[in-house]
Design a protein around this ligand. Structure first.
Ligand code: HEM
Length: 311
């Protein structure tokens, strides 16, 4: 599927850097607003991510309200829930009937954060939750295209949220969708870094202060050297073609963006990823094949597959 994010727009235009993210003369490329309920165009038209001005402020406040303050209690709860779920999946790897490896991306990174976040947002979590979010996330940036599987998944998610096609529902689903690829990429890139680096640096065993500190350090290093979201689009506010803004620059990275659209889920994303990394350490996991391929996307860096076995 071709998405706006993958459309060749030419390289980042000379002189247009991340500073435009805080420049009111540049906006997120607008999407059609007069669209019917029932499909992906409706979701894009109602979330903060593709809005500007007053509508953006209103929709962002809805999203931020659902996320809460991102305080330590919430972060601890997300991290613990992610660790417990990930430990459960990884516990089977290499043992009993499951004698092989586990694909960390498919079984953990693309499932656990979506399930934990859905629970955090007050939604019932079922075996189909992560799959539905994944279908919607794959079509999120496919502006102008109709993807029936994504439309069907969106309708199911709206039903799970109570069945009302309004901005509050869009905000909840938008959070799950925004988190989906970016958090999977953060987990995949940080896990790869952690499991391929010198194992003497790697604490093992039950979660202790040393594990928590090491995980924080691997997340920091991944976010500055190998962030999962590497670019975004902006267009001149008075019209004109969208330009790709690189979030990875010579003088620093902007892993969570900047300006009015900066990621409001930063603390939640870090907590979810930390829980999964802790589970990898607690379970003594090792990488099976240290070669990595990435999903085809100009703006995202998300491993396709990461096979691990666990002690
Ligand atoms: C729990 C996980 C996450 C949640 C709930 C979340 C939520 C969001 C939301 C709602 C927005 C749109 C804000 C707006 O338009 O006002 C956003 C933007 C963004 N997020 Fe996240 N996010 C998550 C994880 C991540 C991760 C792991 C990264 C990368 C390290 C990331 C990077 C970004 C970036 C760069 C933007 C700005 C996009 C732009 O300006 O075009 N997010 N996020």
């Amino acid at each position: 599927m071709r998405t706006l994010d993958d459309t060749p727009l030419g390289d980042t235009q000379a002189g247009v850097g991340p500073d435009v993210l805080t420049d009111p003369d540049w906006v997120v490329p607008p999407v059609p607003q007069d669209v019917p309920e029932g499909g992906m165009a409706w979701l894009r038209a109602r979330v903060a991510r593709f809005s500007s001005g007053e509508a953006h402020a209103r929709r962002r406040a809805l999203a931020a309200g659902l996320l809460g303050g991102g305080g330590e209690d919430a972060a601890d709860a997300l991290r613990d829930a992610a660790r417990v779920r990930a430990e459960g999946v990884l516990g089977g790897a290499g043992k009993g009937v499951d004698t092989g490896s586990v694909d960390l991306m498919a079984r953990v990174a693309r499932v656990v954060p979506a399930e934990v976040l859905a629970g955090f947002l007050g939604l019932p979590v079922t075996a189909e939750t992560a799959g539905l979010v994944g279908h919607v996330a794959r079509a999120y940036h496919a502006h102008g295209e109709t993807v029936p599987a994504a439309d069907r998944a969106l309708a199911r998610l709206v039903a799970v949220c109570g069945g009302t096609w309004d901005e509050a529902t869009a905000a909840r689903i938008g959070l799950l969708v925004q988190a989906y690829d970016a958090t999977a990429g953060l987990i995949g890139n940080a896990a790869f870094r952690m499991l391929t680096e010198d194992s003497r640096e790697r604490p093992a065993g039950p979660v202790a202060a040393a594990v928590t500190a090491a995980v924080t350090d691997w997340l920091d290093r991944t976010l500055s050297a190998d962030p999962p979201v590497r670019g975004t689009l902006r267009a001149p506010a008075d019209g004109g073609e969208p330009v790709r803004i690189s979030l990875v620059t010579d003088d620093g990275t902007f892993p969570f963006g900047a300006g009015p659209h900066a990621c409001p889920g930063r603390a939640h994303a870090r907590a979810l990823a930390a829980g999964v990394l802790e589970a990898l350490l607690v379970r003594g996991c090792r990488i099976v094949r240290p070669d990595l391929a990435y999903e085809p996307s100009a703006n995202l860096r998300v491993p396709v597959k990461l096979e691990v076995t666990c002690a």
